[in-house]
Design a protein around this ligand. Structure first.
Ligand code: SF4
Length: 324
């Protein structure tokens, strides 16, 4: 019997574990499988990692059977407490069968909005998952450019990028990817990556690099908050359909945003909320409670929005909102 691992927040929302949290997930995160055969140097599940196996990013996971998990997940989905399921599949033994079985069990519970994030090689594999009930498929690039990719992962950027582009064409609106900020890419490389994806209808989930004990990147630093805020603002504008050219870069850094009235666009704070598939809010994936809030899992207060805009540093440290 394959055991599922529910993120601690997910287990709490569906009532099988109690945790104290200022923000709960709107998406149920379920990890399938263990002992990944890949070597992503930022991941505690990677082959060779000495990190805790019951962690993925900053999140701990609660093990249970599908039989135990599906009824409360189905109830939470029917009542609206959970709006989506994200299957995060570790690339180990029997990955295909495990994923297809999970899709079957979730659909039997009446759950329709399901994402699958899995290491895939062919458009045929993507098609099989979509035809088996997945609503969206995540082909996680993680790194913004080939040189970064080669440093933190071992497979080929070129073949993964080609697959992402092919699937975006074949399955419009149903493909997403992940981008981790802080792996050594420039802000300009991140903007190019996001623009290339959004132009093709690929949803981008932004993550902040999080150093994890036991991984090769354990001693590396997370991104500066100003860098992350600038990329969030660029991502927000590209999602809204602005041309890539309005985001002006110099020396690899975003230095200016050529959008008149951008202040009013940013004031609802949504640029700084978690991005990715609809209703994916990933509370505390990258953040320590009380620490730097890279991705807000909920709407921001006016003060938080003002702070986030100020942190972007666009227009000069002193000018803050006046810049806009
Ligand atoms: S964006 Fe969120 S829901 Fe979509 S695949 Fe990534 S983690 Fe899952």
């Amino acid at each position: 019997m394959t055991l599922w691992k529910l993120s601690a927040g997910t287990a709490s929302v569906i009532g099988i574990k109690r945790i104290k949290s200022a923000a709960l997930p709107r998406t149920a995160y379920i990890m399938l499988g263990e002992t990944c055969r890949n070597h992503c140097s930022f991941c505690s599940q990677a082959a060779g990692s000495q990190g805790k196996r019951d962690f993925l990013s900053r999140i701990s996971w609660h093990e249970c059977s599908a039989r135990e998990a599906v009824p409360p997940l189905a109830q939470a989905y029917a009542e609206g407490g959970i709006k989506r399921i994200c299957l995060q599949v570790v690339d180990g033994e029997n990955t295909r069968e495990t994923t297809l079985e999970a899709l079957k069990q979730l659909q039997a519970g009446g759950i329709g909005a399901i994402c699958v994030s899995r290491n895939l090689q062919t458009a045929g594999q993507v098609h099989e998952l979509l035809a088996s009930g997945a609503e969206k498929i995540c082909i996680a690039m993680d790194a913004a450019a080939p040189d970064i990719y080669r440093r933190v992962k071992v497979d080929s950027w070129e073949s993964k990028w080609k697959l992402l582009m092919e699937c975006a064409r074949l399955f419009p609106g149903r493909i997403s990817t992940h981008l981790i900020i802080g792996l050594g890419e420039t802000e300009e490389q991140a903007v190019e990556f996001i623009a290339d994806c959004t132009q093709r209808g690929i949803t981008v989930g932004l993550f902040a690099f999080t150093p994890l004990a036991g991984t090769p990147l354990a001693a590396a630093q997370p991104p500066a908050i100003g860098q992350y805020r600038r990329v969030q603002i660029a991502h927000f504008l590209l999602r809204k359909g602005y041309e890539r050219e309005v985001i002006r870069c110099a020396g690899g850094r975003i230095v200016d945003i050529a959008v008149p009235g951008i202040c009013s666009l940013l004031l609802d704070g949504s640029a700084f909320e978690t991005t990715g598939c609809p209703d994916c809010n990933r509370p505390y994936y990258n953040e320590r409670p009380g620490g730097t809030m890279y991705n807000y899992p909920r709407p921001l207060t006016a003060a938080e929005t003002e702070q986030a805009i100020g942190e972007s540093g666009l227009g000069g440290e002193q000018r803050g909102l006046a810049y806009y």
